[in-house]
Design a protein around this ligand. Structure first.
Ligand code: ADP
Ligand code: MG
Length: 310
């Protein structure tokens, strides 16, 4: 869907993005991670041409972005940033309708789309459509920002630390909504975050940047099991990397089904994380859990020792 080919960008002689090649597949969610200053935001701004690359090419659905007028490009790519940037003197409804109005949609179509999106992001339109941004909590404003970015039915959603400014429980709610939205709409998402847990939880693919260079791409399980460099291992927790690995692996990756299933307690499903399994073992004071395989209902076992074997 979007492909960076040997892309570089410097500011005053310092390379912010350094020879990055990255392919984000259609319908996937790619989390771009790295410490502050590693070039994440710069890479996003190159995608929608808020910045122009010094070297390399960026292809959007096969076409070189420099051949696509910025206005058209930004209509086809939603952009969500941390400081939402809602228009304060416009209602929620009007904010969400920004792009459809620019596109000249009929009022009826706009009304339908706005209502559908507010429902999708968990803000029932009957309660929220006529409110102004300063009548909403930070998390609600962020939801409006996501609805607005999706309004023009973009092919790609660029998100720059969209949930960075909200408290952890609210953030989890927003993450759940985003996962549900992506499942429903199939929108390709390139998400910048420096939150390790968020990246592991949301992404199909992780792309790790450090000082402008792409150090590694892969699934969360691949990256956390085999970090390519010391810097990748450090980013994902250094001495606590092993604990974060439990967030990236599922019960189904380690459970055994040949053994007879033990009695006792509710079985844990194969799609639960190993972290959730460990938490249950600790809370329940035992060293194994019965497992239910989601695919066919088969029963198995997960032992504490299964968490540490390679
Ligand atoms: P991140 O989003 O990963 O924190 P950025 O992409 O914002 O990192 O920044 C990467 C590097 O580029 C930093 O060293 C930053 O200071 C520099 N930089 C970013 N934008 C500009 C700009 N407009 N002018 C000068 N330097 C910039
Ligand atoms: Mg940034």
């Amino acid at each position: 869907m979007i492909r960076f080919e040997g892309v570089s960008k410097s500011f005053g002689g310092a390379r912010a993005v350094d020879d990055v090649t990255l392919d984000v597949a259609r319908g996937s969610l790619c989390a771009l991670v790295g410490t502050s200053g590693s070039g994440k935001s710069t890479l996003l701004r190159l995608a929608n041409r808020l910045l122009e690359a010094d070297e390399g090419k960026i292809r959007f659905d096969g076409a070189d972005v420099t051949n696509i007028p910025p206005v058209e490009l930004r209509r086809r790519m939603g952009y969500v940033i941390q400081s939402v940037g809602l228009f304060p003197h416009w209602t929620v409804e009007r904010n969400v309708a920004t792009v459809p109005r620019l596109l000249g949609w009929s009022p009826a179509r706009i009304g339908e789309r706005v209502a559908e999106l507010l429902d999708l992001v968990g803000l029932p339109p009957g309660l929220h459509a006529r409110r102004y941004p300063d009548e909403l909590s930070g998390g609600q404003q962020q939801r409006v920002g996501v609805a607005r970015a999706l309004a023009g039915e973009p092919e790609l959603l660029l998100m720059d630390e969209p949930f960075g400014a909200v408290d952890p429980p609210t953030r989890r709610g927003l993450q759940d909504s985003l996962m549900a939205i992506q499942k429903r709409t199939g929108t390709t998402i390139l998400l910048v975050t420096h939150d390790v847990e968020e990246a592991i939880r949301l992404s199909g693919t992780l792309a790790v940047l450090d000082q402008g260079r792409l150090l590694q791409t892969g699934t969360p399980a691949q990256v956390l099991t085999q970090p390519a460099t010391e810097a990748v291992a450090r980013f994902f927790g250094g001495p606590l990397l092993g604990l974060n690995r439990l967030k990236a692996l599922r019960v189904g990756d380690r459970a055994r089904f040949a053994a007879a299933s033990p009695d006792g307690g509710d079985p844990i499903d194969t799609d639960a994380t190993l972290e959730a399994a460990l938490a249950r073992m600790v809370a329940e004071g035992r060293s194994f859990l019965p497992v239910r395989r989601l695919a066919d209902g088969a029963r198995g076992i997960l032992d504490l020792a299964d968490l540490v074997r390679p």
